[in-house]
Write a protein that binds this ligand. Structure first.
Ligand code: NAP
Length: 276
């Protein structure tokens, strides 16, 4: 059976690029979205050459109304079998020290864009009785995170939204999963260091001994979760531990530990290397 098209937002780097490659390997025509066209073109060329699938690239800013309209228009051109809503970024430091405009942009991208594109992708999938919606949240969704307050709140929004949508689509043939990765090797920390850490912070990595996942492992866990009908998947040891702790440890204590970890990151302790 020929595969339907797959949308991947944030396909120019990191997890999105890994989703794009995996979907191409599975034979899906691709619709790749992010702001950096050259990077998207590179991913597209790789997927066309290696897996012989058609690829369309749309360069737009999903934190803007105009960018969302452009993306929705592209989605209307081919029926989507898979939508991976992955584009996102974070920041580090106490809220009062962060750039408010950037924090607002994060909410627009991590929350409003996901809401808008999910609402646009689902009706045709439900009408066809088939489709997969993947929302990339984070281990930060399992508890509030002092010093990453906005980011964790946006990821909690995505987790809650995905679980609710999984409930709303139950029995329709459409599958919805929230993916909650722990620290994963991508450009996330670079973006955080470059523009989203408070002045004076070292960019905030994780202590070197913490396990860092690779993006293909997160992608494989996503497909497994969909096949098993799981609406939430935590990937990597850190995410599993966060999820477990959020269930059994008093909330104040979990928030306290998360705050301690992230305060160290903003202070730039030696040996740190990666954000969540
Ligand atoms: N890496 C981790 O440790 C980790 C852990 C948990 C969750 N996550 C989540 O995983 C998702 C992917 O992040 P990543 O780790 O792969 O980071 P990444 O390597 O920095 O990739 C982020 C992607 O989002 C795109 N993007 C950023 N702003 C955008 C905008 N305004 N409009 C359209 N696209 C935009 C970027 O492309 P352009 O710059 O070209 O626009 C890029 O393709 C995020 O939602 C993140 O919160 C990551």
């Amino acid at each position: 059976m020929s595969r339907g098209a797959a949308l991947v937002t944030g396909a120019s780097a990191g997890l999105g690029r890994a989703y794009a490659r995996s979907l191409a390997e599975r034979g899906h025509p691709l619709l790749l979205v992010a702001r950096r066209r050259e990077r998207l073109d590179e991913v597209a060329a790789f997927c066309r050459d290696r897996f012989a699938v058609p690829v369309r690239v749309v360069a737009c800013d999903l934190a803007t109304d105009e960018g969302l309209a452009t993306c929705r228009a592209a989605m209307d051109e081919a029926p989507l079998e898979v939508a991976v809503l992955n584009a996102g970024f974070g920041s580090l430091g106490p809220l009062t020290g962060l750039d408010r405009e950037r924090e607002g942009r994060m909410v627009r991208l991590n929350c409003l864009a996901v809401l808008d594109l999910a609402a646009h992708a689902l009706p045709p999938m439900v009408a066809r009785g088939r489709g997969d919606l993947v929302i990339v949240s984070s281990a930060a969704a399992f508890q509030p995170v002092p010093h990453m307050a906005t980011y964790a709140a946006t990821k909690a929004f995505e987790l809650s939204l995905a679980e609710a949508l999984a409930g709303e689509t139950a029995g329709t043939g459409v599958r919805v999963v929230a993916v909650c990765p722990g620290p994963t090797s991508t450009e996330f920390s670079e973006v955080l260091t470059r523009e989203g850490a408070r002045p004076g912070a070292a960019g905030g990595g994780w202590p070197w001994m913490l396990p860092i996942d690779d993006a293909p492992a997160v992608v494989r866990a996503t497909w497994r979760a969909l096949d098993r009908g799981r609406p939430v998947v935590a990937t990597g040891l850190v995410a599993h531990a966060s999820r477990m702790a959020s269930r059994v440890v008093p909330r104040r204590m979990v928030v306290g530990v998360a705050g301690l970890l992230h305060r160290h990151r903003t202070a730039g302790r030696a040996g740190d290397r990666h954000p969540i």
